[in-house]
Design a protein around this ligand. Structure first.
Ligand code: XIL
Length: 377
């Protein structure tokens, strides 16, 4: 209220003054009621326990699985496409941000952060009783230019790594369940991948990522996430060796994410072996980015037919079963990289048509979906 408004009110006759008093009183009590309600509004607590088992065709994966099912979510689709949003809410009790929690998306400069998209997903998860798996604190493919161009000593580099990890993990402390702390740090030949952190800090950067994340949130689960352990023995061995080394140095690590971007031509035994070998570490296993290509030869004129659908269904079945067969404490969850075929990253990435996900372009459950259910038996 401006000064001149106040003057004109004080000069009203007494009748209006009294009315005005009551209106003011009413208005401020309404305001107070709203405000105090806001202040005490309970934050919805994610409940990721499987719900009561009900007939399969009326319910989603979240209700029939003993471990969480999830998907990598696109914030734009969630905001704009109702069927995408309703499918996610019905089927899944875990979500991974497909892009918005990557360093390039969050970190605009030293000490400058863009939180709005990540915050939106965390709130969406809270409102729909889903857990959030953060992805990914450090990934060589998501290094902002200001980091690539940073000039400083080894200690300076440790400092910017520390600042970033503590800021991000700290912001979502208690709100998200787990993080891919480090993504794709090992090459197919089992050697460490080159990246700015390795160049400027040395191999110690790996320990530091996990230590800094733990420092920022003592309870969040920390994962190492990798692709290709189903086809590369060297990489599979190197991942387990990394885990053993970390544990040997008392560096905290709770789980391994196996991305499992694979195809109908991958042998069942390769997939099963990748899961079984990772599980030998005793850590939690997350099938973290699952999709099954049906067009591994990148044909341009291919049509998705019943034979391809059946082959895909079988890969879905055996992968879920391999996770299901682990001890319950090691079954962290099963996450698709996208929801329906039209929002998969595969066609753009490989430059050819494909149908890798459990829902078709109309969000109808594919044969692959039945494969998932069979894998849970
Ligand atoms: C991909 C996203 O799906 C794309 O939208 C983005 O353009 C590039 O990244 N392994 C990972 C994921 O760990 O973060 C990648 O996601 C796919 C490969």
């Amino acid at each position: 209220m401006s000064y001149s408004q106040l003057i004109s009110i004080t000069s009203m006759n007494s009748h209006y003054k009294i009315n005005f008093f009551w209106i003011l009183l009413l208005f401020s009590s309404v305001l107070f009621a709203c405000k105090s309600e806001d202040a005490v509004a309970p934050i919805p607590k994610p409940d990721i326990k499987p719900d009561t088992i009900v007939p399969l065709d009326t319910t989603g994966l979240r209700k029939v699985s003993p471990f969480p099912f999830g998907a990598a979510l696109s914030i734009d689709l969630l905001k704009t496409k109702a069927i995408y949003r309703s499918t996610v809410i019905k089927e899944f009790n875990s979500l991974t941000p497909e892009n918005v929690m990557k360093m390039k998306n969050i970190s605009l400069g030293r000490g400058q952060y863009k939180w709005d998209d990540a915050d939106y997903l965390v709130l969406f998860a809270q409102q729909n009783a889903m857990r959030v798996h953060g992805h990914a604190l450090v990934w060589y493919k998501s290094t902002p230019d200001w980091v690539t161009n940073f000039v400083g000593t080894k200690e300076d580099w440790k400092l910017i790594l520390h600042e970033y990890i503590v800021a991000v993990v700290g912001r979502y402390k208690g709100k998200i369940s787990s993080w891919d702390v480090l993504n794709e740090a090992i090459m197919d030949d089992g050697t460490y991948r080159d990246c700015v952190w390795l160049q400027h800090i040395g191999i110690e950067y790996i320990d530091l990522c996990f230590l800094y994340a733990r420092e920022a949130d003592p309870n969040v689960l920390l994962f190492y996430n990798e692709y290709g352990t189903e086809y590369s023995t060297a990489k599979r061995t190197a991942v387990n060796k990394l885990v053993a080394d970390l544990k040997g140095r008392y560096v905290p690590i709770d789980g391994i994410g196996l991305q499992m971007h694979t195809s109908i031509s991958r042998a069942n035994s390769d997939i099963q072996n990748a899961i079984a070998v990772a599980a030998q570490t005793g850590l939690k296993i997350h099938i973290s980015e699952f999709d099954i290509k049906v067009n591994p030869d990148k044909l341009q004129d291919i049509i998705f037919n019943a034979t391809l659908a059946a082959a895909q269904k079988e890969k879905y079945r055996i992968t879920v079963k391999a996770l299901f067969d682990l001890p319950a404490s090691q079954r962290y969850g099963f996450t698709f990289w996208g929801v329906c075929d039209t929002n998969s990253w595969i066609p753009a990435e490989y430059g050819c048509p494909d149908w890798p996900l459990p829902f078709d372009s109309n969000y109808k459950r594919k044969d692959a979906y039945s494969g998932l259910l069979e894998g849970l038996k």
